[in-house]
Design a protein around this ligand. Structure first.
Ligand code: ADP
Ligand code: PLP
Ligand code: MG
Length: 290
């Protein structure tokens, strides 16, 4: 029997609704991965409501929890680490030590970094020190980096002029260390308004994918977290990077269709669970080169 992969997911938890681990854990489990959720913050709700209650996890708790897993002899079973929304730069440094600790026991373990930097206009609030940490320290250790367009712009220090410029910016990130860069959401001059586009860039090639852009009265939150989580889960389950990319786009689109049909602001993950596991739609990634 094939072994079920294990994934340590270090990102936010919200009591109500879906963002961070609260967006990604259940879908990753639903596609067949054992998830170890480690919550960097516990907030009442995601920050785009403009108000929330709750606390940031003390950074020293991260190595303490990782050591606790080592102490029961299970750390070597960790196949991958995912990091997303961070409450402080010190938390980020603690995660990198945890990744190094896991890779020392299991050199095949993968690290996916979703560099959540916030989006002040949308109300996604992340401290500046976290953005600096992601740019200067985390990218170098990541096997996979999953920025959205704003985060890609921050890495490049400029905005793109075209799709090929986005490709050049993502390719430049490979030089910092990652084996693959997944741009979860492209935005560039001349982009077709009816499409939602993504990019996958690896040393072996690059692929572009377009799915329909759906209309929402308020943009749902947690879509990026769902995207990174499903991509890593499918890679651990044995998909090629391109197959994982295509699966992720289809499963996320299914969730958005369900969410739109329910006229819900929060992602309808429970209702969409069968569509996540077995998407009915399919989007083809097409090769793209400079
Ligand atoms: N097919 C789609 N139609 C409409 N909106 C979408 C679609 N897919 C994703 N979105 C929205 O696009 C935005 C993507 O946000 P972005 O800032 O690029 O990534 P992240 O979710 O990581 O913040 C989110 O607001 C998400 O709700
Ligand atoms: C607590 C929390 N986690 C994660 C996120 C990131 O969500 P997204 O997947 O939309 O980038 C947000 C965004 O507001 C948030 O408030
Ligand atoms: Mg995001």
């Amino acid at each position: 029997m094939k072994r079920t992969p294990h994934l340590l997911a270090i990102q936010s938890h919200v009591v109500f609704g879906h963002a961070g681990n609260s967006a990604a854990v259940f879908p990753m489990q639903r596609v067949g991965v054992n998830v170890w959720p480690l919550n960097t913050v516990q907030f009442s709700n995601h920050t785009q409501y403009g108000q929330w209650a709750g606390e940031v996890l003390a950074p020293q708790q991260i190595p303490a929890l990782v050591e606790g897993i080592a102490a029961i002899g299970e750390l070597g079973n960790c196949d991958a680490v995912l990091s997303g929304y961070l409450g402080s730069a010190d938390q980020g440094r603690a995660i990198l030590s945890g990744v190094a600790r896991i890779k020392a026991i299991n050199p095949k373990a993968l690290y996916l970094c979703d560099p959540v930097m916030g989006h002040p206009e949308k109300g996604c609030i992340v401290p500046q020190e976290v953005s600096d940490f992601l740019l200067d320290e985390a990218a170098a250790m990541a096997d996979f980096l999953c920025p959205n367009q704003l985060e890609l712009d921050s890495f490049a220090g400029r905005k793109p002029q075209s799709l090929f410029d986005c490709l050049a910016m993502a390719k430049a990130l490979l030089a910092r260390g990652p084996k693959a860069v997944l741009v979860k959401h492209l935005d560039y001059p001349g982009k077709l308004p009816e499409g939602f586009e993504m990019l996958l860039v690896t040393a072996d090639g690059s692929w572009h994918l377009r799915r329909p852009l759906l209309a929402f009265p308020r943009q749902p939150v947690g879509v990026g977290d769902l995207t990174s989580g499903l991509f890593l889960a499918r890679v651990l389950l044995g998909d090629s990077l391109v197959a994982a990319f295509e699966f992720t786009a289809a499963a996320v689109h299914e969730v958005l269709l369900e969410t739109q049909a329910c006229a819900s602001y929060e992602l309808e993950l429970v209702r969409a669970q069968d569509r996540i596991a077995h998407p009915r739609v399919r989007f083809e990634a097409t090769p793209i080169s400079l």
